[in-house]
Design a binder for this molecule. Sequence first.
Ligand code: DC
Length: 241
Amino acid sequence: MHWTTSHTQTEQIMVIAVDGPAGAGKSTVCRLVAEKLGFIYLDTGAMYRAVAWALLEANIDFENHILLEETLPTLPLKFAIKDKALSITHLEREITEELRMPAITRYASLVSQQPSVRDYLTGWQRRLATTGNIVAEGRDMTTVVFPFAEVKVFLTADLSTRARRRQSDYRRKGITVEYPELLEQIRSRDQADEGRGIAPLRPGEGALILDTSSLDTAEVVHCLLSLVKSKVEEEESLMIR
Ligand code: DC
């Protein structure tokens, strides 16, 4: 097996799959790890947000399962990899940035519980991962979408740390949400993500569970890069034998 940044049919694409609850630091860490390795960074939460956005725009009731299943392939959404990151367009317009709005956050959590939405996006995610080495983050990367990923990590942190991190993220974007409200939002999202019947949030088999509560970004990035390095060394030593 041989990992490179350009691919021929004999070369293997490396997948780094990262899951974890809201505010565990997945996005920041995964973006940096991808940048350092020259890998694609895939934010699958943005894909669930985009479907929520498109369903709202089309005024589709996601609880009407038959209508939802019929509508999904016809939504004017496009997912593509541009400059090693996910680009999402709706009616040819780039919407990646708008998707972080709190109203979309709540709606995406509900929409992500629909099996047809999960199937639709799992297909997209696997297709996007055929284009190059990738760091994919979400809630079901290590369990459902990429259970055979070379590196699997479950990032977590205690609730108050995650709420504080989310508050700073919002502040940077000029959005004000009070801390108690944020705490409650994250708690209820945790319950929804962990308790749903399909693809519940949990670490995949063999995933390293990393509590980031008392770690800074650089330490978590270092830990992931060390994991990747030991994986590559392990594969290389197998090839020599
Ligand atoms: O990571 P995020 O906050 O952008 O995710 C938005 C919603 O999508 C969140 O409620 C969980 C859901 N999600 C999911 O169910 N599976 C994924 N792979 C990624 C996100």
